[in-house]
Design a protein around this ligand. Structure first.
Ligand SMILES: NC(=O)c1ccc[n+]([C@@H]2O[C@H](COP(=O)([O-])OP(=O)(O)OC[C@H]3O[C@@H](n4cnc5c(N)ncnc54)[C@H](OP(=O)(O)O)[C@@H]3O)[C@@H](O)[C@H]2O)c1
Length: 258
């Protein structure tokens, strides 16, 4: 199969690229950095720039004559109190995590209609259980979840499957790459405590290979679920959130991250 992965230069995306390559696929990564490891074709692409995406898809299709799977993985985090986020920060995280995923999908659809292929979006448990001081991250991931569910039904008659995977804490450079807005007049030690907790959990998090293996299962599956949390504990958190009163869920999240 011919598989396109955004953000294959690091973390989860890199694990996905290498695992899918090891299973005999031809894998292309779209990311901004120059990168090379011999197995994967790393194309330079900023997913917030539509023309760069179009150029990459044209190049891949001209070479391969088909595109079977597109994995929207590229993403970033910004932490801090929402009231201090600049417009630039808001635009940046929305453009990468949400608009980038949407634009890649728009451009991929004609190719996937031909191959009856799949779009796999990397969401996050933080899109289901919204985390204070990572508000914009949670907002963009909740957007990715809604986007995946709506698009799944939009594309169903074409035989294109859309799946959203929701990893929890995963050990990658995401933690070090997270942009921090440290402006703080009214929040005391709350922001620092919250960030310290989330960073500790990420550093002790799951191996990105686990996410790559779920991606592979989804690619092999004829009829995958639309929304899949990764790991037994995160499956349970997402399930519990649905059955418990929202007031209780919000209180627990406040106690942990607020
Ligand atoms: N780590 C976690 O705990 C966790 C948990 C749940 C979900 N996720 C999600 O998993 C995905 C991968 O994150 P990760 O943990 O692997 O983080 P990471 O190690 O920081 O990797 C992020 C990747 O995204 C790419 N990227 C960022 N901005 C881009 C842009 N404008 N255009 C193209 N590529 C861009 C980066 O490549 P370049 O810098 O080369 O452009 C890099 O390859 C993200 O969507 C993240 O939200 C992560």
């Amino acid at each position: 199969m011919v598989i396109v992965v955004t953000g294959g230069t690091s973390g989860i995306g890199n694990a996905i690229c290498n695992y899918l390559f090891s299973k005999g696929n031809r894998v292309y990564s779209l990311a901004r950095r120059d990168f090379s490891d011999g197995n994967i074709v790393y194309l330079k692409c900023d997913i917030t720039k539509k023309q760069e995406i179009i150029n990459c898809f044209t190049e891949i299709y001209e070479k391969e004559k088909c595109i079977d799977v597109v994995i929207n993985n590229a993403g970033m985090g910004i932490s801090g109190a929402l009231e201090y986020h600049s417009e630039l920060e808001l635009d940046k995280i929305i453009n990468v995590n949400l608009k980038g995923t949407i634009m890649i999908s728009q451009i991929a659809i004609p190719y996937l209609r031909e191959s009856k292929g799949k779009i796999i979006n990397i969401g996050s448990v933080a899109g289901e259980l919204a985390i204070p001081f990572q508000t914009m991250y949670s907002v963009t991931k909740a957007g990715v979840h809604a986007f995946s569910a709506a698009l799944q039904n939009e594309l169903r008659p074409f035989g294109i499957k859309v799946v959203c995977l929701m990893p929890g804490d995963t050990k990658t450079s995401f933690t070090a790459n997270r942009e921090k807005n440290e402006t703080n007049s009214f929040y005391g030690s709350r922001i620092e405590k919250s960030i310290t907790k989330m960073e500790k959990d990420e550093r002790n998090g799951t191996d990105p290979l686990k996410v790559a293996k779920v991606v592979y299962k989804v690619i092999k599956s004829k009829n995958p679920k639309t929304m899949i949390a990764i790991g037994a504990n995160y499956k349970m958190f997402v399930f519990i959130k649905k059955i418990l009163p929202i007031k209780f869920v919000q209180y627990v999240l406040y106690k942990i991250y607020g």
